[in-house]
Every structure is written in C-alpha cells, then in structure tokens.
Design a protein around this ligand. Sequence first.
Ligand code: NI
Length: 129
Amino acid sequence: MRVHHIGYAVMDIEKTSAVFEKLGYAGGAIAEDELRKVRIRFLRNGSECVELVAPLAEDAPIKTTLKNMRGATPYHICYCTGDIEAECLTLRKLGWVQTEKPAPAPAIGGRKVVFLYHKDAGLIELVED
Ligand code: NI
C-alpha cells in the first residue's frame, strides 16, 4: 500500500508548522474534526506529507499520546486503499485490531478513514482513495 502521510501528535499546530516549514514543508488550511476532537493540518514537501494533529478539547484522546510521549511525536503512518472495508477484513485476519468503524474525516475531504493497531507494529491509518 502507498503511504499517504505520517501523523504527528502535537500540542500546538502553529509552533510545529513553523519547525516543519524550515525543513521545506508547506502547509494547507487547518481543519477541525469535532468527532475526534482534534485540529489537523497537512504539510507537504514534494511527494512527502505529514499530518499535524493537535487537541481541540481538554478530553481529546490525542492528549494521551502527547502525555505518554512527553510531547510531539510521530504516532501513525497512513496508507491509501481502494476498498477500506475489504482491507480491514484482510488486516484483521493478519492480527490487526480495528479500533473503530471506517468514518469520514473532514480534514481529508470527507474520505473514509480507519485506525488499526498491531501489538508488534503499532498504529496505522487507512484512507480510502
Ligand atoms: Ni492521519
């Protein structure tokens, strides 16, 4: 599967954006995802893409990652897939645990995304093409 982006948990999108811009990345608009309680900004550098994910509320789940890692950290790699339901089924058979049903993500044009976890490989995201 092709990599779509690397997701970073960050406390402050503006501060982290400034750091990535010095590395050659250019950012788009900041989107708010009320369902997941996060603010999101994608930044591109040629064919590379990073996603900055910051808490939108005090009880945002992303805060657990920030707390455990003591600050900004990469925490998922997102892969593109043609059929998200079929890919989830395949990955579940390979030992991945699906954390939720695929759901539209406003920060990525309403395309469906889903997160899966594997104890030996960590967290990945799938985004439907
Ligand atoms: Ni992501």
